[in-house]
Design a binder for this molecule. Structure first.
Ligand SMILES: [Fe+2]
Ligand SMILES: [Fe+2]
Length: 145
């Protein structure tokens, strides 16, 4: 597959992941409120996000493991390791957060909000970093073709 085509797919995936981060952020805002009903809604929202968060985790397990990934082909060791480190950190945070949500109640969920916010932040940072990498690789391809 031509790089620009696969870059397009990766960027579409990034938009999906950013949407998940936005929904997560909204559910966390409710989960952290003083009002019990709001916390219940927040917890329900977080539970609904489980499949989407597992999807983010899959992204983190698979993306740079795919041999035809542009990250393999075009990135130097340092950039590649940065992506790899971010994927591993997000993967760990997603699993820990989902475990917390699974056993949380509307009262205890507020304790997990900072961890969830850290996850939102890491996801957004990671996607911004990868978008920059894709810009860099696209430029590289334009120069070398
Ligand atoms: Fe990506
Ligand atoms: Fe990624």
């Amino acid at each position: 597959m031509a790089f620009l085509e696969s870059s397009d797919l990766l960027r579409k995936e990034h938009l999906e992941i950013l949407r998940v981060a936005e929904h997560l952020s909204q559910a966390l805002a409710l989960a952290g409120k003083e009002d019990f009903t709001a916390r219940q809604q927040g917890l329900a929202g977080l539970r609904v996000l489980r499949p989407a968060l597992l999807g983010v985790s899959r992204h983190c397990c698979c993306e740079e493991g795919v041999l035809e990934s542009p990250y393999h082909r075009y990135l130097d060791g340092q950039r590649f390791e940065q992506v790899d480190g971010q994927h591993k950190a997000i993967h760990r945070l997603v699993l820990a957060f989902l475990r917390d949500v699974l056993y949380a109640t509307a009262d205890s969920i507020a304790d997990s909000v900072p961890q969830g916010e850290e996850l939102v932040e890491k996801i957004r940072e990671h996607i911004a970093y990868e978008e920059n990498l894709l810009d860099y690789i696209e430029e590289l391809c334009l120069v070398t073709t």
